[in-house]
Design a protein around this ligand. Structure first.
Ligand code: MN
Length: 486
């Protein structure tokens, strides 16, 4: 059972300095939602308000700012009650109303004749480019809905679960929100792949108890050794691998659980980076490291920004145990992703203006050290990237102002060279058309075309397109026709 009391206690635990005035606002949002959903029941038979409350609790657990939590409380009001978006705007202001509108929209875009998977992916990306907070609330909404998925018919359960695993969780991963990703995956796993879930559950329960015992003993020994060397431990504990993540790893390792060393791993949180390296040395003095299993994700973070030191050792009782060593900041970054950025900004982040917020996000993303990170996730430059779709539903991201020619060259040189006509959302458009978020772009080939037109250079945006067009013109010697200005 969810309750306002529980919600407020999560918030005050995460934000001990939250001003009373802001807590009052959360209470006011709750009271409004409760009134609006009065006498409504969910399919599971519980009071409707349990769902927005559950959603808000998840957001609070993820340490998100209070306005996002308020939007979570209000997210189903315009859709499910007689109160409108305008009522929310009057009561709680434009920013919260905008978020609620975003959530309603994400749930509402009509089909355009392509399958549901593609359509959902499209909605998510479009909404994400607009305001990433909407996506995060949608994650929490989905996670809460998964808790009562058992009331739905089996085919619906499966569809929602697969959608969660294939669309929601990967986006959470890209946003670095490991905790939310893991919760979404584990809640969906048993509905998407029931047999495999049982299998993993069995394997885990066979292996875990002995490992857990050994690990407890090793954590004790490690703690003593670290104390002796004057290393201050912020936290030390055993963490269990989540089932879906274990499942994926099992598939990678021939389904052999004995090849997987981190079903339960030791995690040690210390003050700073030099302490992290010192801890590895001390652990290796206690137990012999397994060759080739030392991973320095501090010097070389994973593509989504994950940082930590990992090492695997031959531990007590013949058990092979993995240690994960990191700072508090790295730990919060790994679990909370974007939310950890809000947390360090001020005691109670307000994120009042969307523009400011997106700028902050961009800064935060740029501060990530791994250059590939920016390359790979592509949501770094929100303000000047757009997401468009191929007719098959693949998402292509391009700079703002990109044209169908840029799109064509992005996909394949041949497609650019022989580009004849373009359909945008099934309608003919000019080749210098400025693409918009969510457009479905279909290039029609002109088989008689010998190569690109030099005219295209006057409007293409990407270096890929420019490069191919210039190359062609050089080869064919029609350089003299190039516009002088470019
Ligand atoms: Mn909902």
């Amino acid at each position: 059972m969810h309750s306002l009391t529980k919600l407020l206690s999560i918030i005050t635990t995460n934000y001990p300095n939250a001003p009373q005035a802001q807590l009052n606002e959360v209470e006011r949002a709750y009271a409004f939602a409760e009134l609006a959903h009065q006498n409504q029941k969910r399919a599971s038979g519980t009071e409707y308000i349990q769902h927005p409350l559950g959603t808000a609790e998840i957001l609070a657990e993820s340490k998100l700012p209070l306005p996002i939590i308020m939007a979570g409380l209000l997210h189903d009001v315009p859709e499910e009650t007689k109160f409108t978006l305008n009522d929310i705007k009057k009561e709680f202001g434009a920013d919260i109303a905008d978020m609620v509108e975003g959530i309603t929209k994400v749930g509402h875009v009509k089909y355009r004749g392509i399958n549901r998977y593609v359509e959902n992916l499209r909605k998510m990306f479009v909404a994400m480019a607009d305001d990433v907070r909407v996506i995060i609330i949608k994650f929490a909404d989905r996670l809460d809905n998964l808790q009562t998925l058992f009331v739905l018919p089996a085919n619906k359960q499966k569809r929602i679960a697969l959608e969660t695993l294939e669309i929601y969780a990967p986006i959470a991963n890209r946003l670095g929100m490991g905790d939310l990703q893991g919760r979404l995956e584990d809640a969906a796993f048993k509905y998407a792949y029931a047999e495999q879930y049982q299998w993993v559950d069995q394997l885990f329960k066979q292996r875990a108890p002995k490992k857990e015992q050994t690990l407890d003993r090793m954590l004790e020994l490690a703690q003593k050794a670290l104390k002796k060397e004057n290393i201050k431990i912020k936290n030390i504990f055993g963490r269990k691998k989540r089932y879906y993540s274990l499942y994926r790893k099992l598939l990678k390792y021939d389904k052999n659980i004995n090849q997987i060393y981190d079903i339960i791993a030791a995690r040690i949180i210390v003050d700073d980076i030099s302490a992290c390296y010192a801890v590895v040395g001390i652990i290796h003095a206690l137990w012999k490291p397994v060759k080739g299993r030392i991973k320095d994700y501090i010097a070389q973070p994973k593509p989504n920004g994950y940082q930590s030191l990992h090492t695997t050792v031959f531990g007590e009782n013949g058990e092979i145990i993995e240690f994960q060593i990191r700072t508090m900041e790295m730990d919060e970054q790994a679990e909370l992703g974007i939310a950890s950025h809000w947390k360090y900004k001020e005691t109670v982040p307000t994120s009042d203006k969307k523009i400011v917020w997106i700028e902050d996000l961009v800064k935060w993303m740029k501060s990530q050290q791994d250059k590939n990170f920016l390359e790979k996730i592509k949501i770094d430059i929100f303000q000047n990237r757009i997401f468009v779709f191929t007719p098959n539903g693949d998402v292509i991201d391009l700079p703002d102002g990109a044209t169908p020619i840029d799109f064509a060259y992005h996909i394949h040189t041949g497609l650019g060279d022989k580009c004849g006509q373009v359909l945008i959302n099934n309608e003919i458009a000019p080749l210098d058309f400025k693409l918009r978020n969510g457009d479905i772009v279909k290039i029609i080939l002109d088989k008689n075309r010998k190569g690109p037109s030099a005219k295209w250079l006057s409007f293409v945006k990407t270096s890929t397109a420019r490069h191919h067009i210039l190359n062609y013109t050089k080869k064919t010697g029609w350089k003299r026709f190039l516009p002088l200005s470019k």
